[in-house]
Design a protein around this ligand. Sequence first.
Ligand code: PGA
Ligand code: ZN
Length: 429
Amino acid sequence: MSAISKIDLWQVLDSRGMPTVSARVSLGNKSANAIAPSGASTGAHEALFLRDNKESYDGKSVSETIALFTKEVLPHLIGIDGNDFAELDKNLRNYDSSRTFSKFGGHIPVAITIAAWLANAKEKNAEPFKVIADRLNSTPTLPLPMVNIFSGGAHAGGAIDLQDILAVPIGATSIEEAMEWVWLVRESTKSLLSKSGHDQSLVADEGGVTARLQSDEQALQFVSDGIAKAGLSGKVAIALDIAATQSFQGDHYQIHESGNIKKLSSEQFVSRWGKWLDIYPIISVEDGAAEDDNDGWKQQSEYCDRIQIIGDDRYATQNDRLVSGIANLEANTILIKPNQAGTLHSALTALTTAKGSNWGTVVSARSGDTEESWLVDLAVGSNAGQIKVGSTHRSERSAKWNRLLELSHFATASYIGKAALSHVKNLNI
Ligand code: PGA
Ligand code: ZN
């Protein structure tokens, strides 16, 4: 038992300059900090990020929720065993029992529970990933990276509808080789866009390249050509985050092509990207249908043998939503975002359920992220297999890749590579 002796909460800024919360948890004489990330394409089922809606920071501040939480909940957390993630989760939910933490928001519990884990590691004089590995009884493994090359949607002012076109270095045998390959693909895609007259002086929210193109497929062609130009055809595959919830209008999807708005049914929307699987080396599709579009999810399940079908908004890192998804055989992989769950314990519960059903797990950052790198320790310690933290550019992204390279340098764990995709029977490449 290692009782929580003190918790401090204060307001800081995330990578988009938006206010968020930083927590410091003290266990005995050891303490650690953690900052809550936040999304732009958030789903309806995830833990809420509550902003004050007052004058401060034009309504975006979180200082009032911090003050309220500090007064009403914090005193009750002192003395709880900070090593017991489940107990901490239970106590936090005592004061905000809604699944989405609608009273105080999920940003505060996630920061506190992550900081408690990191303080726990300091107490044990252990690396944070080791604490997770011991807890889950897993073998620490360096994950296969999924790296953003081209950004659209809510992360790039709607340049295209698709949110992410990512590179997956399936042929690389080390994380060093993997990172160099995706870097080369980003550079060559950027140079192809530049040569076609698309200004490349800015980067999107997650550090990816972007351009206002005629269609999603044109962007896909650019990335595909970028892979070929880098001499990495067959070695680097493509993953898409369609973030379909953003295009859903209640009973149909709305997309943009050649300056026109098109309305598509669920079936037309899923078939549209389904056709791309025969043309491009796509091995993974995230949120290929909107979070509550059950028909769309049913339809895309036909691709589960060929590609990774990932649920992000669909499961929102919530264990019970995942359990239904597994029962429906509608996908084969879950995105794990700790702040969607609201606590570290809940995120680990969903991850464990997925692994127990031979589903893939991709630990993911948010578009509004921070300079911290604990997400990598979470992915390595839990043997998640895959990690997605945006592009190679921007410090909040490179902080995570650099932690992965640090763990590789010190030979902490072996690199999983393509074996992370072994839950897909006949990979589309
Ligand atoms: P978000 O995007 O953090 O803006 O939700 C990341 C994702 O959709 O995977
Ligand atoms: Zn997503």
